[in-house]
Design a protein around this ligand. Structure first.
Ligand code: SF4
Ligand code: SF4
Length: 179
């Protein structure tokens, strides 16, 4: 018996870049679903899927937000696929310091795709993509036991990285004394 393994549902969105036409409907619905209150606004800058667009090269790449990192990577890759040359970072899903996507525009906190948690029909970007560039898939896998980090914790970590733990603790202490 393997005590530190557990069954986990792996959720993926398969992206067919050849089918994407850059319409950005996925960005619109994602930002609306995650607005507070839900569906109260549309702002692609708040979307957890962004379409990397280079219309002159007929390049449209839907990329959905992965993990946050405080450090930029030490190397960049470029790809040429079927004669199309893709820019650096085009396929990268990370919220990182070198670019503006996947950061909440007001707070700067990282955004991460949550597969539209709570939405019965599954990911909305998939449902709204009439070009069928996105396909949702699930599979079961046996994985190592891991501690799920909540959005709040990841957001706090990014604030600590930016301002330092002491400053954040001071702010929290000041806020708690206001009540
Ligand atoms: S909705 Fe589909 S076709 Fe439109 S930009 Fe998003 S992935 Fe591309
Ligand atoms: S699955 Fe949901 S949260 Fe993730 S990018 Fe698509 S619409 Fe946004």
């Amino acid at each position: 018996m393997n005590g530190d393994k557990k069954r986990k549902t792996i959720k993926t969105i398969k992206v067919d870049v050849d089918k994407c036409n850059g319409c950005q409907a996925c960005e619109a619905v994602c930002s609306a679903f995650h607005a507070t209150p839900k569906y109260s606004s549309i702002n692609p800058a708040r979307s957890r899927i962004r379409v990397i667009r280079e219309p002159l090269k007929d390049i449209y790449i839907p990329v959905y937000a992965g993990d946050y990192t405080k450090a930029e990577c030490t190397g960049r890759e470029t790809y040429t696929i079927n004669g199309k040359e893709y820019s650096e970072c085009s396929f990268c899903r990370v919220a990182c310091p070198t670019r503006d996507i996947f950061k909440e525009p007001d707070s700067g906190l990282p955004l991460k795709c949550d597969m539209c948690e709570g939405e019965e029909g599954g990911p909305l970007c998939v449902q709204w993509c009439v070009a069928l560039a996105l396909t949702y898939e699930e599979r079961e896998e046996e994985v190592e036991e891991e501690v799920d980090r909540e959005e709040l914790e990841i957001g706090l970590e990014s604030l600590v990285n930016e301002y330092g733990l002491e400053k954040i603790m001071d702010s929290v202490a000041r806020m708690s004394m206001k009540d």
